[in-house]
Structures are given as structure tokens and as C-alpha cells.
Design a protein around this ligand. Structure first.
Ligand code: HEM
Length: 429
């Protein structure tokens, strides 16, 4: 195996300027100036974190892709990470999730990945179109009622959060009657523990764990036409144990909902604050896919990938050496704003990804929002389909939709993994 090539960018000499606190609300809202400074130091830099640890952040586009394709960067968490501190049911549920395939390397990963890719075959994903349209329209009716009743609505709460959860419900074949519970548990496990009544988050973990266990048993007895039934069947044939299958159900839920929620929320916000781009997409519906791609680049829903860990010293080719045993974050949000690949990287310009009048393809490099290499997102086709259905329907249903309050005041979820506005309050003129 030849090691991937890294860039010939100049070596970096200084340490990054500050200790990074990912919980800082200002950083959560706009991490881009920090990443730009980091990138100036070199394509990878060692960052001190507020919790006293440090990690290597890879911010260059080429280097991010190279790292994600390089087997010397392992996805397997260090031994103790994820091990439950006690043996409560909620901890067992969390530990089960930690066994998912994003936390594995080849050959385990290859085996799990093959089954998942087969279940997510394009024809199966495309067959969800009509259901996604129906689910979108149902939610938009709720938004309309709320706007009529209260004069304003939160697009995250009423649209960007529930739609992906309902769609994952379709993917997993969760019966209609259980969808409200799925939505509630998902909401709770995604919330900070101190935002809800004591015990509410743990109860949701335990309920999801028990529910997915029963769902798998049910799929084995009477498989449906959903993607997860196909996966359960193939997994049983392919020798996956129940734990691996449970972890898969959790992974699909978590990998699929918050990312897509952020895509829908960020795209809505970008369009509301760039009326010219919204008008262009309304005039020419062929532009919607370009709006989706540019949102993925400009507001990458997954800010960084899951952590990688170096299995040996790695020379990046610019004088930077990442030592063995280091934690490494491939910062997709930074890679997607690398000025060496995206001119005017901070501008929201869907035309980068539009086809021109002669039908020639996009001028911009492919963004890295779905990752790269062996762990490239399994759900990218589904996420794109969902956004390309939901966004035009939202703006067609409410021609005079406008944001209330300035975008600079909106709270963002803290952390380095997922990024998106926590609420997008709107009204109709
Ligand atoms: C992996 C992004 C939606 C399922 C990934 C990775 C990224 C990503 C960057 C690789 C992470 C890494 O290398 O550490 C996104 C974005 C989405 C989205 C931006 C929406 C806008 C979905 C959906 C599903 C899904 C809808 C399924 C229902 C997965 C799975 C993996 C994955 C199963 C693990 C693949 C593996 O380990 O081989 N996603 N994702 N994603 N995604 Fe997505």
C-alpha cells in the first residue's frame, strides 16, 4: 500500500494562537475565522483544548482527504473510550452504540460496510421519494397552522428536526404508531442532560435500546420492504450478531438525523438571508441541487469527522510529523473553505455547483461534507434527496417567509462534531 500524498504547503512553525474551547458560543456560531488562522499555520496543527487535552486538526482540503483515505489513521477509539463507567441500562445502551461501524477499521469495517451499502442501494433510496414528499407536506401543514395560530414558528423545531427523524423511521421500518415515541427519544438523547428533567436523557437511551432490540426481532420474524429489513436479513445471513445490528440501528438514527437536520436548517437560513439566491432557485428549480451542494460546503453539517488515531508516526510531507497515538480531527468545515480549492470560500454562491447553459458540470471541486475514503457517508444520496424535496416545498408553501431576528444572534450547538443553528425563527409577511 502506498501512503497517500500530502501537500507541499510551507511548514508551520508556530503553535495555534489560543486554547480552543469548543463550548464557547461564539466559536460554535462561527468557527471559520479560527480554522482560517489554523490553516495559515499549516495543513495540520496541534491544538490545545480547554479540557486540558490536545489534538491534531487537519484543515487543508487535500490533506483532509488524504488522512481520511490513509489506513494509518484508525477509527477504533482508544481502549477505555466509550467503556461504561457504571453498568446502568443507559450506559449499556451507550456502550452498544459505540460498537458501530464508524468506530471500526478493515476488515470488520469492510464486512459491515458491504451490508449497509447493499441496503442503501440507489433504487431503494430513490423509492423513498413519494414518502418523503408526503412527510414533508404533513409537516408543512403543521408549520402553517402554527404560523396562523402564533404568528411565528421555529423551522428547526417544526421542520428540520422532525423530517429527518420521520425519514429514518421509514428507513428503519418503524411503524407509524411508534414514530412519535421515536421522535421524542431522539430529541431527548440529542439534548444536553441539564436541559431536561433529571433522568429524562437516560430513560430515552434505555427506551431506544429496548425498542431497537424488539424491532430487530420483529424484522427477523416478518421483514418489511424497508431498508433495515433488508439489512437485518443480510446481516443474519452474513453472520452479524445482535449487538452489531443494534449498533447499526443506533448509527443510522444518529448519523442520519442531526446531520440532515443541520443541512435543512442551514440551507433555510442561508436562503432567508440571501434573497437573491432564493429568488434564483424559485425561478429555476434546476438550481435546487446546487443550493444543497453549496450549503453542504458552506455550512458543513458535520464540522469534523469522528476522531482518528494514528497507529504510527505520520509525516505529512511539509515538515509536520503527527506522532503515533495522537487524536486527529479531519475538519471538514475547514477543508470546505480552503481558499486553494474554493475561491472566495466564505461566500455562499450556489452557482459554483450549477450546470451552465450548455449543461457543463460544476466549476467547483467536490466538497468534503460527506467525508472521504472507506467511511464516506452511506446516506449521502438519501440526505441529498431529502433536501432537494423539502427545501423547494418549504419555500413554495410560504412565499413570504422571513426570519425574525438577526442570524448573528442564533444559538448554535456547541462542540466539534455537528454544526447547525439550534433554531431558525420565522414569520410570514
Ligand atoms: C458517515 C456526513 C446523512 C449514514 C458519514 C461521514 C460523514 C457523513 C462526513 C463520515 C464520518 C467519518 O469519516 O468519521 C453526513 C452528512 C449528512 C449525512 C453531512 C446529511 C447532510 C446521513 C444519513 C444517513 C447516514 C441520512 C443514513 C440514514 C451514515 C453512516 C456512516 C456515515 C452509516 C458511517 C459509514 C462508515 O463508517 O462506513 N456521514 N451524513 N448519513 N453516514 Fe452520513
Amino acid at each position: 500500500v502506498t501512503a497517500p500524498q500530502y501537500s507541499d504547503a510551507p511548514p508551520h512553525s508556530e503553535d495555534p494562537p489560543t486554547v480552543l474551547d469548543p463550548a464557547d458560543p461564539a466559536f460554535a456560531r462561527d468557527p471559520y475565522p479560527y480554522y482560517a488562522r489554523l490553516r495559515e499555520l499549516g495543513p495540520a496543527a496541534r491544538v490545545s483544548l480547554a479540557n486540558g487535552t490536545h489534538a491534531w486538526f487537519v484543515t487543508g482540503y487535500e490533506e483532509t482527504r488524504a488522512v481520511l483515505a490513509d489506513p494509518r489513521f484508525s477509527n477504533v477509539p482508544p481502549r477505555d473510550a466509550g467503556r461504561p463507567k457504571n453498568d446502568s441500562p443507559a450506559q449499556r445502551a451507550r456502550a452498544c452504540l459505540a460498537r458501530h461501524m464508524l468506530n471500526t477499521d478493515a476488515p470488520d469495517h469492510t464486512r459491515l460496510r458491504r451490508l449497509t451499502t447493499a441496503a442503501f442501494a440507489p433504487r431503494r433510496v430513490d423509492a423513498l421519494r413519494v414518502r418523503i414528499e408526503e412527510l414533508t407536506d404533513g409537516l408543512l401543514r403543521d408549520v402553517a397552522e402554527r404560523l396562523a395560530r402564533e404568528g411565528s414558528a421555529d423551522l428547526v423545531d417544526a421542520f428540520a428536526f422532525p423530517l429527518p427523524v420521520l425519514v429514518i423511521g421509514e428507513v428503519l421500518g418503524v411503524p407509524e404508531g411508534d414514530r412519535a415515541a421515536l421522535r421524542d427519544w431522539t430529541y431527548r438523547v440529542g439534548s444536553p442532560a441539564d436541559a431536561l428533567r433529571p433522568g429524562a436523557v437516560d430513560e430515552a437511551w434505555t427506551s431506544l435500546y429496548a425498542y431497537f432490540g424488539e424491532l430487530i426481532a420483529h424484522k427477523r420474524r416478518s421483514p418489511g420492504s424497508d431498508l433495515f429489513s433488508a439489512l437485518t436479513h443480510d446481516a443474519t445471513e452474513g453472520g452479524l450478531d445482535d449487538g452489531e445490528l443494534l449498533a447499526m440501528a443506533f448509527l443510522l438514527l444518529f448519523a442520519g438525523y442531526e446531520t440532515t437536520m443541520n443541512l435543512l436548517a442551514s440551507a433555510s437560513l442561508l436562503l432567508l438571508t440571501h434573497p437573491g439566491e432564493l429568488a434564483a432557485a424559485r425561478r429555476d428549480p434546476g438550481r435546487w441541487p446546487a443550493v444543497v451542494e453549496e450549503t453542504l460546503r458552506h455550512a458543513s453539517p458535520l464540522e469534523g469527522t469522528t476522531w482518528r488515531h494514528t497507529t504510527q508516526d505520520v509525516d505529512l510531507g511539509d515538515g509536520t510529523r503527527i506522532p503515533a497515538g495522537a487524536s486527529v480531527l479531519a475538519v471538514l468545515a475547514a477543508a470546505n473553505r480552503d481558499p486553494r480549492h474554493f475561491p472566495e470560500p466564505d461566500a455562499f454562491r450556489p452557482d459554483r455547483y450549477a450546470h451552465d447553459a450548455t449543461g457543463r458540470g460544476p466549476r467547483a471541486a467536490p466538497h468534503a461534507a460527506f467525508g472521504h475514503g472507506p467511511h464516506f457517508c452511506v446516506g449521502s444520496r438519501l440526505a441529498r434527496l431529502e433536501a432537494a424535496i423539502a427545501l423547494p416545498r418549504l419555500f413554495a408553501a410560504f412565499p413570504t417567509l422571513r426570519p425574525t431576528g438577526g442570524p448573528d444572534e442564533l444559538p448554535y450547538r456547541p462542540g466539534l462534531l455537528v454544526r447547525g443553528p439550534r433554531s431558525v425563527p420565522v414569520t410570514v409577511a
